[in-house]
Design a protein around this ligand. Sequence first.
Ligand code: IMP
Length: 427
Amino acid sequence: MSTLAIEGMQWGDEGKGKLTDYFASRAEVVVRSQGGNNAGHSIVRDGKRYALRLLPSGIFNPDVVNVLADGMVINPFALVEEIEGLKAQGVTKFNLLISNRASMLLPYHVAIDHAREAMLGNSKIGTTGRGIGPCYEDKAARLGLRMGDLLDEKQLESRLEGALNIKNRELIAYGAEPFKKEDILKQLHEVMPSLIPFITDTSAYLRDCLKQNKKVLFEGAQGAMLCLTHGTYPYVTSSSPLATAIPVNTGLPLTVVNEVLGVMKAYTTRVGEGPFPTELFDEIGNEIREKGHEYGTVTKRPRRVGWLDLAVLRYVKEISGITHVGLMLLDVLGGLDQIKVCTGYKIDGKLIDYMPCDVPSYSKVEPVYVTLPGWKEDISNVLNYDDLPQNAKRYVEEIEKALGVSVAMVSVGPDHKQTIIREELFK
Ligand code: IMP
């Protein structure tokens, strides 16, 4: 089977949407396997802008099967709203499968997310406020509902009652309003007819695809540094965005991923709290934020901006088996006299060649920089790699040297045409 996984290599928002959309046109099946509507990307097609939160990028092509797989947390109301929004924009056919094992994210998860963040005050995570963490907590606590429960009224009601029995106590302890089972059931009944036809055993379906050698694209959400286990814990999301998590999140065997395209920005951004060694607080940071439109798609928060961090990228390449890199937003760095790149860290004055796993140590690291010369030319219309200014090519090649993988694609603008292809993947 020909498969490709797309993984964000930083703290999310790397520009995965553009490349996912590009490869979705070559896929027969596009799969989202983790996270929920904390993700968000906009896709521009024929001059129209579409916002996707939960739906995979193949949704615009009626011949592509789009799968919301087992490891996701799905807010049924947000999903129906997204489907209705796309219908209003002219999308008529939804070739969609929703896993019966995917977790159902309900309004009390959102309420707990908000109440908890408020309670944490200065120690808050800076979540997207979509209830993601509380929903995954319930999954681990074996308290959660799954999308398959929508197919069985009795099971739905009894699971909801069991969950509310515990969740309402937590909400009351936070001083928040408890939820009534009847209200949630009523709301669910309104959206169920729109969702039930799509709910199935997606893992069995995907195994069949494997047998039939179908082309499957695994669309990543968030970024590796937000991985619950391997990221900057606790300032992370509650799932694993690593490509290595795909098998368990889809019900497929270990060998399912043939190639992993790691997507990175030419600089670094993050939203929410947590350590960020190369963060810029000066005019250059502001310039990059404005030029790169670095404001959250889901929450509209201004993103924190910093220089490229090769220590992060080396670590992520190693833990997730990245085979190729897609370098995004290179055009945004144009016009700078000099560009700094972090090649490693010092801690207490000593060079280290690893990424500390705990926040107190990671907050203490000092980045070690090399300074590369910038370029003044506008590169947003360059189509061939050889036509890039010498210093832009040098920037790309420094990344390749440091990571030991090829930069297969370089994006120089938001449009599909503004992509330099150096190596064809997923042919
Ligand atoms: P949560 O996923 O809403 O629980 O948020 C946890 C952390 O992950 C916060 O720092 C969020 O800003 C961050 N986060 C979650 N989803 C995304 C994303 O799609 N892009 C960038 N950051 C994200």
